[in-house]
Design a protein around this ligand. Structure first.
Ligand SMILES: Nc1ncnc2c1ncn2[C@@H]1O[C@H](COP(=O)(O)OP(=O)(O)O)[C@@H](O)[C@H]1O
Ligand SMILES: [Mg+2]
Length: 228
């Protein structure tokens, strides 16, 4: 019998932040599995812990208790070096506030984001250009972030994550600064990558019109994650 392994396995996940002795409980016992090639939307009110959840899954932050396994890696068992490699190779992160390097052009930002997975310089540049084209930025590749609109910066951040073609994309409000038409195009691109490359997408959004792209929609509320 072949047992299909989940791409993400979350078990008993709790996350609190402490400011001095004051505890803010954000996640209070999450148990979930996500399959390879699945597109999941996570919705929920502001402050409910959506970004916290993505940071934990991407190995940027650590749980208070509980385990997270992503693509066979138990994140709690990785040392700092292994965790860094995991982040650089297995996960494409689309940050809510983009996190572009201000002194690098759009093209250089995307190249920097995928350096860990492509060694050949020519191929690296080709791949970065391909994804900037796919998000509609072929004419802005050599602009610095400050020379781009918020929506254009968001698309650079999207290109940087997708160009890695990783097993997992974690996207924090990826269409938050895009107009409706552009947002739909980005979602269609992600859906295509999901189907062609079997990439898994976890997308945090406030926009319920994106639900139609999801295989499952989950609601994060009062520290719990549930089917919506
Ligand atoms: N680094 C931090 N230190 C203390 N509290 C934090 C920190 N990050 C987030 N929080 C708190 O955790 C809660 C969840 O935040 P967040 O995950 O950013 O929510 P969302 O992305 O759903 O808006 C909020 O109450 C926020 O104030
Ligand atoms: Mg957030």
């Amino acid at each position: 019998m072949v047992i299909k392994m989940a791409l993400i396995d979350i078990s008993g996940l709790h996350k609190s932040y402490f400011i001095g002795k004051l505890e803010t409980k954000v996640l209070t016992g999450l148990d979930f599995k996500f399959n390879p090639g699945e597109m999941v939307m996570v919705m929920g009110p502001s402050g409910c812990g959506k970004t916290t959840l993505l940071n934990l899954l991407g190995g940027i932050d650590k749980p208070t208790t509980g385990t997270i396994t992503v693509a066979g890696n138990n994140l709690g068992e990785l040392n700092a070096k292994q965790l860094n490699k995991f982040r650089r190779t297995e996960v494409g992160f689309i940050f809510q506030f983009y996190n572009l390097i201000p002194t690098l052009t759009a093209l250089e930002n995307v190249i920097l984001g995928i350096e860990a997975v492509i060694q050949d310089k020519t191929e690296l540049r080709k791949k970065a250009e391909k994804y900037l084209n796919l998000v509609g930025l072929s004419d802005k590749m050599h602009n610095l972030p400050q020379e781009l609109s918020a929506g254009e910066q968001q698309r650079v951040a999207i290109a940087r994550a997708l160009a890695k073609e990783p097993k997992l994309i974690l996207a924090d409000e990826p269409t938050g600064n895009l107009d409706e038409d552009r947002g739909e195009k980005i979602m269609a691109l992600m859906q295509k990558l999901k189907e062609e490359l079997k990439m898994t997408f976890l997308i945090v959004t406030h926009n319920s019109s994106l639900k139609k792209y999801a295989d499952r929609t989950l609601l994060l509320r009062r520290g719990q994650l549930a089917l919506n």
